[in-house]
Design a binder for this molecule. Structure first.
Ligand SMILES: *Cc1c(COP(=O)(O)O)cnc(C)c1O
Length: 391
């Protein structure tokens, strides 16, 4: 058979057929695996065979999800974790040591900022941030002799800043630094960081990969020798993905391409319709020409993704009024669901940051983030418009 497209692989990769001749993939809900004899068991523990031993190490349902993610991201190897944050933490702990330095961008997910600024220093790992609009010269100037890893998100959560992944990838190669990209917002349908120089790619599978707000999950994919270290760290420390969640996520990947296309076309519609609204001071969507990094976005992304951000002229009070006036959109902490979601980062996900830190990453008091769902686009727009009327 000729080499299949990654979309086909995300649908067709499946655990080996059992004697039951199932069509849909089975779920391997088991904590451990048995052996026929002592010799097979010895060989598995000695790493002389690939036999499954224990679901903290490996599980067929989890492996199926990993294999699909590797196909989608163009990665050699992967390990799946219980949440996006355990993927982030595992990649830091396995690949850095005391005395190393992590370089990142100040526009990153709230919990990731907490791990970097509160916990890494406890283990003697230093960090520094550059702004999301830093130039190549500014990035290069921030690299220190002990910089071991550069970690970024693009688009960033929640500000939708776009970082030039190819530019940072080139710097990492030149300075022998591990390039670690959180690809949660774009998904591999929209952007493949490995093709732009990333060594490893992280996901919160909780978001678009599940896409229906059901399970927590995470995954790290990338270069074999780096994933091996992350696997060894995680297999000993225990953030393994549940096989049930893996089964749910693996089935979700079969529809990821069609879902992301619709999320993005709905989001573009919402962004275009709202950008001139008189209650909104600015609106950000990567595929609108008004986005500050629009040229980078169209260079590295296939579409603008499913998130739209805007700032209400009335600030904090208007933000609260807007949320309280929505009739259909959900107020919930998640994103990347079939159902459209509105959130107010300043009072929720980024509430732990100081006012100055929020300002530095453009999280203004009236910032609203919409995760555009799969409902009929005019219904989503109508709900937002009626809520805007009231604030
Ligand atoms: C949600 C999120 C995470 C953390 O993932 P969890 O599955 O909630 O642990 C990490 N990065 C980004 C960009 C996210 O949106």
């Amino acid at each position: 058979m000729s080499e299949q497209n990654k979309i086909t692989k995300a649908i067709r990769i499946q655990t080996e057929l059992t004697n039951e001749m199932e069509h849909s993939t089975p779920m391997f809900l088991t904590s451990s695996f048995q052996f026929d004899n002592a010799e097979d068991m010895r060989a598995a523990f000695a790493d002389e065979s690939d036999d499954n031993i224990y679901s903290r190490f490996s599980n067929p349902s989890v492996q199926e999800f990993i294999d699909k993610m590797c196909a989608l991201e163009g990665a050699e190897s992967g390990y799946a974790t219980a949440s996006g944050m355990s993927a982030v933490f595992g990649s830091f702990m396995a690949l850095m040591k005391q005395g190393d330095h992590l370089l990142s961008c100040n526009a990153i997910f709230g919990s990731t900022h907490t791990v970097i600024s509160k916990y890494l220093p406890k283990f003697g790992i230093a960090y520094s941030y550059v702004p999301s609009n830093a130039t190549e010269q500014e990035w290069e100037a921030a690299i220190q002799p002990n910089t071991k890893m550069i970690y970024v998100e693009s688009p960033t959560n929640p500000g939708l800043d776009i970082l030039d992944l190819a530019m940072i990838g080139k710097l990492c190669k030149k300075h022998h630094i591990i390039f670690n990209v959180d690809n949660c917002f774009a998904t591999p349908i929209n952007q493949t960081p490995i093709s732009l120089g990333a060594d490893i790619v992280i996901h919160s599978a909780t978001k678009w990969l599940d896409g229906q707000g059901r399970v927590l999950g995470g995954v790290v994919v990338g270069k074999k020798e780096l994933i091996k270290e992350i696997y060894l760290f995680c297999r000993s420390t225990g953030p393994a993905l549940s096989p049930f969640n893996a089964w749910v996520l693996s089935k979700s990947l079969e529809t990821l391409d069609v879902r992301m296309e619709r999320h993005a076309s709905n989001a573009l519609f919402i962004a275009e319709q709202l950008q001139q609204h008189d209650k909104i001071s600015f609106l950000k969507y990567p595929f609108l020409a008004t986005h500050p990094q629009h040229t980078i976005a169209i260079k590295q992304m296939k579409n603008g993704g499913g998130i739209v951000c805007f700032e209400l002229k009335g600030g904090l009070e208007s933000g609260r009024k807007f949320l309280d006036s929505l009739e259909m959109l959900s107020l919930t902490a998640n994103l990347g669901d079939t159902r459209s979601i509105a959130s107010h980062p300043a009072s929720t996900t980024h509430a732990k940051l100081t006012e100055a830190e929020r300002q530095a990453v453009n999280i203004t008091p009236g910032l609203i983030r919409i995760s555009v769902g799969l409902e009929y686009k005019q219904d989503i727009l109508n709900d937002i418009l009626q809520a805007l009327e009231k604030c």
